[in-house]
Design a protein around this ligand. Sequence first.
Ligand code: TRP
Ligand code: SF4
Length: 410
Amino acid sequence: MSSNSQPSTATGNRRVLSGMRPTGKLHLGHYHGVLRNWIRMQEDYECFFFVADWHALTTHYDDRSVMNNHVWEMVIDWLASGVDPEKSTMFIQSHVPEHAELHLLLSMVTPLGWLERVPSFKDQQEKLREKDLATYGFLGYPLLQSADILMYRAGHVPVGEDQVPHVELTREIARRFNHFFGRSAEFDQQVMASIKQMGKKAAKRFQGLRQGFTEQGDKEALETARQLILEQQNINQSQKDLLLGYLEGRGVTLLPEPAALLTEAAKMPGLDGQKMSKSYGNTIALRDDPARVEQAVKVMPTDPARVRLTDPGDPAKCPVWQLHEVYSDDDTRLWVDKGCRNAEFGCLECKKPLIKKLLEEQEVIHERAKAYVKNPERVREVIAEGDKKARLVASETMQIVRESVGTIYQ
Ligand code: TRP
Ligand code: SF4
């Protein structure tokens, strides 16, 4: 099911979509691994971030309290980290029921084997043995994710490595959907209308370039024509997608293929030196109590060779060092390395600058969270606003989808 072809219609598409399941309090692993990336992206992209509550339900259907408790806390965690409602659209998946409709319609053309072969399907079933995951909903997990992504015609999906197969599946699904439903009788008509709308000069130039590509295989003409389309001010994004499809002879691109934006593997070490993860019980929560953070670092294990203050140690064997690598500047790291190897100070001393940095980082987060914790209504408002924007895009997409699959009757 792998493919090397580039997402041609995502070129120039500045829309980003990503989601998170509300399965627990967010911790510093989420912050350094995902959220900081979201926050960076919201400066340059049109970002949609959503609470994937239906996805959580596929594995936690027997424990609804998990979601009730976590949805709002997670949104506060996002806001506290710096996801800015003025820049990004935040919404809840189940508040946009169109996701369910698109999931259903995509399911019509999704071969069972494609879903059965997604690695997370078998992996998770084995990992979560205590749960019955031989369900229809769980098999459909990655397809629901495809619906999430395709609904917003997103060009980029920032995800961790484990999610790449899901984005890959989404591309396959988009291609298959376009193949089955992208050849409507009105296609030519829509194309011609869009070309005309570009204006006389641009239209003529576009037709010439397209001819160069389709008749002489001129790759340069193809590239120039693509650029020309992307630069047009008079036509909207769907029209651009349409014309890109026409240009490349693909028929209409109803749903553009997204690209995974691999989050640089920011491996956040936990309190025991393993990767920070809820399942290892080694986390520091994003909005942890300062006293607990301090205590947790104070009791962190260190290089076992350092029994007494006079015993030299080796940072490479110490989980505390890994945290220094994330949080400390060069000078501090030099100080640690030298002091540890020469037994110049004890481990508690070594942990002090780290505790300081952690508390400073969290103070900013606590500060931002304060207004929302005090006034939960504001969180509801952020989401209500986001839901509205998301539904607007979703209704546009569904209009195209319903028309092309033929569930609009005159
Ligand atoms: N499956 C993702 C995860 O577990 C969450 C998710 C659901 C998602 N839908 C998405 C991520 C769409 C990106 C895009 O992390
Ligand atoms: Fe770890 Fe620092 Fe102690 Fe060395 S001095 S063992 S790096 S805590």
